[in-house]
Ligand binder design. Structure first.
Ligand code: ADP
Length: 495
């Protein structure tokens, strides 16, 4: 038997059958001492020999493995692929290599093997047998898989659109993901040219804190998360949350993680502003109340009862304002905790709107409230929550149209929906603010709007109640000409 390795195929050639028999003994000995699973097949791929290690691994007898018996130990997911590779090899006579999982007979666990097989030819060049080995590569496969998974994690992390990641050497940023570049406003070209330097993108007032983080890094290989700002390439600032770690294997480089903190900062700013405005707004009606109570006391003392009745009415209106503000604040916290309650009753929207318009008109001398289409329209809901929606929208329409004379309210129905629109001829709302006005504590930034008191919770409550009933709220507006808020409820779900 001689081994040859030609360009096309590698194979074993037999010089004579006798020689094969003579060498049979010696290769069997060899097969038994090899650490691999060793097997031979007939020319058609039918297994006719397996070494002891193969039997031990599968916990099967040579007879059970013979023919295609060994196939029962193949992992079902690998079987088709392996059989295709083998079929091709036996058809063409080309040696093959294939990886597959083979079941351990005793434990039922699968391990990865690399099988290699080579044909043996007679003098005429006909294949008489195939020799094969299966080498346990399970450890290597698992290491490869773990590496692949960790590489996948790194790739996902680096392509994150939320976390900015930068690798730093000294003061120089030497690598960064797209998110980091977007946050700093620099380009990949800037990065390649070494034009991003963390000292440069750190505002002077944050320098001391950043240097302290640097020291922390030297001692414990990582920093705690700290707040700072970036000076972007165009000079603008971006509030961020930053943290850094060093690699144990490379103490020169550090990896920085950055989160955009601007939304949180904006919310904080709004909250502070809200608290300032809220305390002022809540104090105002109560101060008036206090004054009027003192006045009333004096008047009653002087017995001028008629004037006192008017004062009492004004006091009542102020108390109502204070109570409404308090209620709305409470509702906001109820929404946060998911405890806002809704009653279930049959409400005539037309009648409710007529009642609201009538009451509000009594205390609003500046505007005429005009109601259209207020016919009987039944809607199962919570009367007081609906009242909250309409009072808020009409109140806003009056408040934000100080120069106008009218506010129009309109009720329209189709077979599927009922829509209530509130239209004013006031300041209008710029397009970029039209979604934000429904956020908690949001108040428009314009000077004129700021002169008008409010807490920025009315529309938040309105949107919440509307969505509870599966409805929508939309706004059409033209700055300087006015706004229309449309609330649409589905009627079909009610039927
Ligand atoms: P508030 O009126 O108490 O500030 P809202 O939540 O009711 O709070 O409204 C949020 C913001 O939406 C207001 O600060 C105002 O800028 C804007 N807005 C609401 N309604 C109108 C309107 N009809 N016209 C113009 N701007 C409005």
């Amino acid at each position: 038997m001689t081994l040859s390795n030609t360009k096309q195929t590698t194979c074993v050639t037999l010089t004579s059958c006798d020689q094969l028999l003579a060498s049979e003994e010696s290769w069997r000995v060899l097969a038994e001492i090899l650490p691999q699973l060793v097997w031979t097949t007939r020319a058609d791929g039918c297994v006719d020999y397996t070494n002891q290690r193969f039997c031990d691994y599968t916990h099967a007898t040579p007879e059970q493995l013979q023919g295609y018996g060994w196939g029962q130990f193949l992992h079902p997911e690998d079987a088709e692929r392996v059989l295709t590779v083998r079929a091709h090899a036996f058809r063409t006579g080309i040696p093959y290599e294939v990886e597959y999982r083979l079941q351990e007979g005793q434990t039922g666990r699968y391990r990865w093997f690399l099988a290699r097989a080579m044909p043996v030819r007679d003098e005429a060049g006909h294949i008489v047998r195939w020799f094969g080995t299966s080498t346990d590569i399970d450890e290597q496969k698992r290491t490869e898989e773990a590496l692949r998974q960790s590489q996948e994690c790194v790739n996902i992390l680096m392509s994150s659109s939320i976390i900015g990641i930068a690798i730093t050497e000294g003061e120089q940023i030497v690598n960064a993901n797209d998110t980091y570049l977007r946050m700093t406003g620099y380009t990949r070209e800037d990065l390649r040219e070494g034009r991003i330097n963390w000292m440069q993108i750190t505002p002077p007032e944050y320098l001391a804190q950043t240097l302290q983080a640097q020291q922390e890094l030297a001692i414990q290989q990582s920093t705690t998360l700290y707040e700072k700002e970036f000076v972007r390439k165009d000079g603008s600032r971006l509030p961020i949350l930053a943290g850094r770690v060093t690699l144990p294997s490379n103490s020169i480089q550090t990896i920085g993680f950055v989160l955009d903190n601007s939304a949180r900062k904006e919310l904080e700013r709004r909250k502070d502003e809200f608290i300032a405005v809220a305390s002022h707004e809540l104090r105002a009606p109560l101060t008036v109340l206090k004054l009027q109570a003192a006045l009333l006391k004096k008047r009653i003392g002087r017995q001028s009862m008629q004037k006192s009745a008017a004062d009492l009415e004004q006091m009542g209106a102020q108390v109502n304002n204070g109570v409404r503000l308090m209620e709305e604040l409470l509702d906001v916290s109820r929404i946060q905790t998911g405890t806002l309650k809704y009653a279930q009753e049959s409400v005539d929207l037309g009648a409710l709107l007529r009642e609201i318009v009538e009451t509000m008109q009594q205390t609003c001398p500046t505007h005429t409230l005009i109601l259209h289409g207020a016919t009987q329209t039944m809607f199962v809901s919570d009367r007081n929550r609906l009242r909250q929606i309409f009072i808020n929208l009409i109140n806003n329409a009056i408040k934000y149209s100080p120069q106008a004379k009218t506010v129009e309210i309109d009720l329209r129905t189709t077979a599927e929906t009922v829509t209530i629109s509130v239209h004013d001829h006031g300041l209008g709302i710029p397009p970029e603010q039209r979604e934000k006005i429904f956020e908690r504590f949001y108040r428009a930034a314009g000077a004129r709007e700021h002169a008008i008191p409010g807490l920025g919770i009315g529309l938040y409550l309105v949107a919440e109640i509307v969505s509870h009933y599966g409805g929508t709220i939309a706004v059409d507006s033209q700055v300087g000409h006015g706004s229309t808020f449309h609330v649409t409820f589905p009627r079909t779900s009610q039927a």
